[in-house]
Design a protein around this ligand. Structure first.
Ligand SMILES: Nc1nc2c(ncn2[C@@H]2O[C@H](COP(=O)(O)OP(=O)(O)OP(=O)(O)O)[C@@H](O)[C@H]2O)c(=O)[nH]1
Ligand SMILES: [Mg+2]
Length: 854
């Protein structure tokens, strides 16, 4: 049997930073390598002063407050620095925070080091060496507090004492016990050397990379009780949101050129006094604290000075920009107003440095692009191209965002299974009793009739279902994670956020509810692995990771009738006359920016939904007025009511222009049945034009109606005519049942993927780098769920690779000793050795922890 040896697999998990310790799993040790029993391989370890730590713990609240304050300062600083450095976008930054790669590891750990949580003396990382010959015993400790030590010859020499595989193979003592002994000695020596304080009774090593919310269970269950647990996804999200708010606030403040952005108290310049009740208790330690404070303060003062300098610079820039423009910054909305009110020509002006672009009316008096661009905006805006285009056309933000949104969804991770054994008086050999983890929360999506826009998604973008609880001892299974339901207005289409933009779901009926993403399955505990041959299994699985994805939402209103027409024609007035809806009505164009819906009751049982849309102008397809993007909402309407403004000088031309715009937007719209309603008949001037309008349209074969939306005269006829069409259309629709739903059910897809067999895999070889990628949904899932902490799990993994034919396939394709093999996110090294036996058995050591055999 072949042996795949681990080559420093970087299993990243929820890397969070913010004054909080991190949860980091750098990987697992090579087979057989064990560590000092209280520290797990791949953990981030901190050497802390025990007394300090305990004090910090007791200080509780005040320390937390101080941390938060520090965080605010840090976030501000980050926001500024990020802006200055023109980091591509906020989302990039988020990514950087959430994930980490090998390259950012050291940076992140430095952050960890600089974070102040109760007297950290030094931070060490147990890291697997990355050289090719990695295998056994090549752990090293990195002291980030004094990097220089890493380069000292003594340190190097110490490191080199750790044997490598080549050495082992070259005939050195290959007994793993010896290796382990040597390694432990080196480790201890290094640690002692690094800290020089390990003899101090107060010093203790703690692991800060820990599994969250482990439940306390059986004595034998290996459970980490972390003092400083990592942040939960919710907390992390909260933090991110706060950070985003901060950034927005900063930007706004900067845009307004507000005086000073720096609130000294917020930056934590005031020293945090101990709470009175603790004062006496810590009198003796006050001196130490003072020293620390002096250090902190000088550091913070430097930060503050830097921040002030940056802000001043920004303010100067803004002033310079304002001066060079000589104009108030025009917003998109203002520009729109100006277009409509008077197509007044304004100077087109650009500043000396070309950063300004103030364009208004074009030569023909038609509005052109109107956008304000400045150095400042360019730096801070994270807008996408498309949005930029809309902006240039002068479409208000509320219109851009009401029918489109992009959100992030993540199903909950499954809880981990645990290893536990029943221990009861008079029950010897109680057997395995490790429970299974709970499933992760599902993500549902539901059409909520009380919503009519996607605007809420401007405030909340991330949706994460809760993770399942871990299993417990005594065969207790973990609770399922909390499900979440995302509410969207009826008529929402959910698309994959990709260039193809596959439609995943479509919610048309109110109350319709679909599973968007199913939660990850819980990992099995050791009770589930009990077999006749192995009745005391010591392995458990990790919970399955919940799927995550970005999806785009698009709202297409579901209405039977759409009211179209030029601005100010009386569309909203008509809707208010025929239904209980109360749209805004005013005597200026573009009163309506968002479609309004109203329900019209014709008879007891005959109702229809009518949508009043924003006004449409000639040239809308080129972006005139509000453009014609909103016409998308008419695509689902069965019938259109075209309101013609009776007060227009040339109603026929106006009618034709709107028809043309409809046709240009979508030819299908032009062939939809439509009712023409000549409005404002109560005004004599309009009434005079009616006759000629009617005859002109008759000549074209269109029968027009006349009405006065204000007095409601004639509106009923119009609505009845529209209803007749709607009824016909509904009947027709029944004759031809709607096309089969073509959309892809994500949930089904995910479930299918999850149940795909392990034997289905493909191998991609890169002969240059001698690496092999094994792809296969089943295999990747299995790899992800394997808990490498347990030796039996590792062995099971090996068996599965052999049984599923992966090993054979790799060998057939010519894999060689030392090649890199990747399965999912894990990286292994291929060893031809068939020596599984010498890995021995895990034995129970002191205090129930597992150590390598002695
Ligand atoms: N006299 C009279 N005035 C009307 C009639 N219908 C609408 N108006 C007036 O025309 C103006 C515009 O009406 P709205 O209903 O806001 O027009 P709209 O088509 O919705 O306009 P936008 O939403 O801007 O596209 C308002 O001042 C109304 O009072 C009518 O039948 N007679
Ligand atoms: Mg209106």
């Amino acid at each position: 049997m072949e042996l795949l040896c681990f080559k420093a697999p970087l299993l990243s998990s929820g890397f969070s930073f913010g004054g909080q310790p991190l949860s980091l799993r750098l990987g697992i040790s090579s087979h057989g390598l064990s560590l000092p029993s209280q520290i797990r391989p791949g953990s981030v370890v901190c050497k802390v002063n025990g007394r300090e730590r305990r004090k910090a713990q007791r200080l509780g609240k005040s320390q937390e407050a101080a941390r938060k304050r520090d965080e605010v300062g840090r976030k501000r600083e980050e926001a500024l620095i990020r802006s200055r450095a023109q980091v591509a976008s906020a989302s990039d930054d988020r990514k950087r925070k959430n994930r980490f790669s090998e390259t950012t590891l050291v940076e992140n750990l430095e952050n960890l080091y600089s974070a102040d949580f109760g007297g950290v003396m030094s931070v060490g990382v147990l890291q697997l060496r990355e050289e090719e010959e990695i295998p056994v015993g090549s752990l090293r400790v990195k002291d980030l507090s004094s990097k220089s030590k890493l380069s000292t010859p003594e340190y190097q020499a110490q490191n080199d004492q750790i044997p490598t595989v080549s050495e082992l193979e070259a005939g050195a003592d290959t007994s793993l016990e010896v290796v382990h002994e040597r390694f432990t000695a080196v480790m201890e020596e290094t640690l002692t050397e690094l800290d020089g304080k390990s003899d101090d009774d107060d010093m203790e090593w703690v692991e800060v990379g820990v599994d969250e919310d482990e439940e306390e269970g059986d004595e034998n269950v290996e459970i980490w009780e972390g003092d400083l647990p990592p942040m939960t996804p919710e907390e992390e999200e909260e933090l991110l949101r706060e950070a985003e708010k901060e950034i927005a606030e900063l930007e706004r403040a900067a845009a307004e050129g507000r005086d000073s952005l720096i609130d000294q108290t917020e930056l934590g310049l005031e020293s945090e006094d101990l709470e009175p009740e603790f004062e006496e208790e810590y009198e003796e330690e006050e001196e130490e604290e003072e020293q620390e404070e002096v250090l902190n303060r000088s550091e913070k003062e430097m930060k503050l000075a830097e921040l002030k300098r940056l802000v001043q610079q920004m303010e100067l820039e803004i002033e310079a920009d304002n001066a060079s423009s000589g104009d108030n910054p025009s917003t998109a909305v203002e520009a729109r107003g100006s277009v409509v009110k008077e197509n007044k020509k304004r100077r087109s002006k650009s500043s000396d440095d070309g950063d300004w672009e103030v364009l208004y009316a074009g030569p023909d008096g038609k509005p052109q692009a109107s956008a304000r661009k400045s150095k400042f905006n360019e730096q801070y805006s994270v807008e996408e191209d498309e949005e930029e285009v809309c902006k240039e056309r002068g479409i208000p933000a509320v219109m851009r965002c009401f029918d489109r949104a992009k959100i992030y969804v993540k199903a909950g991770n499954g809880g981990n299974g645990v290893v536990a054994f029943r221990r009861e008086k008079f029950v010897p050999f109680g057997g395995p009793s490790g429970g299974t983890g709970g499933r992760g929360g599902h993500v549902y999506i539901e059409a909520d009739s009380s919503m009519n826009s996607l605007l809420p998604f401007r405030n909340k973008v991330h949706f994460r279902a809760g993770r399942g609880a871990h299993g417990g001892g005594k065969s207790k299974d973990g609770a399922a994670g909390t499900d979440i339901t995302i509410k969207v207005p009826p008529g929402t289409i959910i698309r994959e956020s990709s260039p193809e933009g596959k439609v995943l779901l479509e919610l048309t009926k109110p109350g319709q509810r679909q599973t968007l993403l199913p939660g990850g399955a819980g990992g099995r505990g050791n009770a589930a692995f009990k077999t006749g041959r192995n009745n005391a299994p010591q392995l458990a699985e990790f919970g399955e990771e919940g799927t995550e994805m970005w999806v785009e939402l698009e709202l297409k209103l579901v209405a039977d009738v759409g009211i179209v027409g030029v601005p100010n024609a009386g569309k909203s007035t008509l809707l208010s006359a025929i239904s209980a809806a109360k749209p805004e009505i005013a005597n200026y164009p573009f009163t309506t920016l968002l479609p309004n819906l109203g329900v019209v009751a014709i008879d007891y049982d005959a109702t229809m939904v009518v949508a009043d849309l924003p006004g449409l102008l000639e040239g809308a397809h080129t972006g005139v007025g509000l453009g014609h993007e909103f016409m998308r909402h008419t695509e689902r309407c069965r019938v259109l009511v075209h309101v013609v403004d009776g007060m227009s000088l040339q109603p026929e031309e106006e009618y034709e222009a709107v028809r043309l715009e409809l046709q240009l937007f979508n030819p299908e719209l032009a062939v939809k049945p439509h009712v023409v309603a000549f409005n404002k008949m109560d005004i004599p001037e309009a009434a005079k034009r009616w006759e000629s309008f009617q005859s002109n349209l008759r000549a074209k074969g269109v029968e027009a109606f006349c009405m006065s939306a204000a007095t409601r005269e004639g509106t009923e006829e119009v609505i009845r005519a529209a209803h007749t069409f709607v009824r016909e259309q509904r009947l027709n629709a029944q004759d031809y049942p709607e096309e089969e739903e073509k959309f892809v059910e994500v949930a089904e897809m995910v479930r299918k993927q999850r149940s795909s067999p392990i034997e289905e895999f493909t191998i991609v070889a890169d002969k240059h780098t001698r690496s092999w990628q094994v792809n296969g949904a089943g295999l990747e899932r299995f790899t992800q769920m394997t808990n490498w902490e347990y030796f039996e799990a590792v062995r099971r993994f090996q068996h599965v690779l052999a049984a599923s034919g992966v090993n054979r396939a790799l060998r057939d394709q010519g894999v060689k000793e030392g090649d890199t093999v990747r399965v999912g996110q894990l990286e292994f090294q291929w060893l031809d050795s068939e020596d599984m036996a010498n890995l021995g058995e895990w034995k129970r050591g002191v205090r129930g922890s597992k150590v390598w055999p002695h």
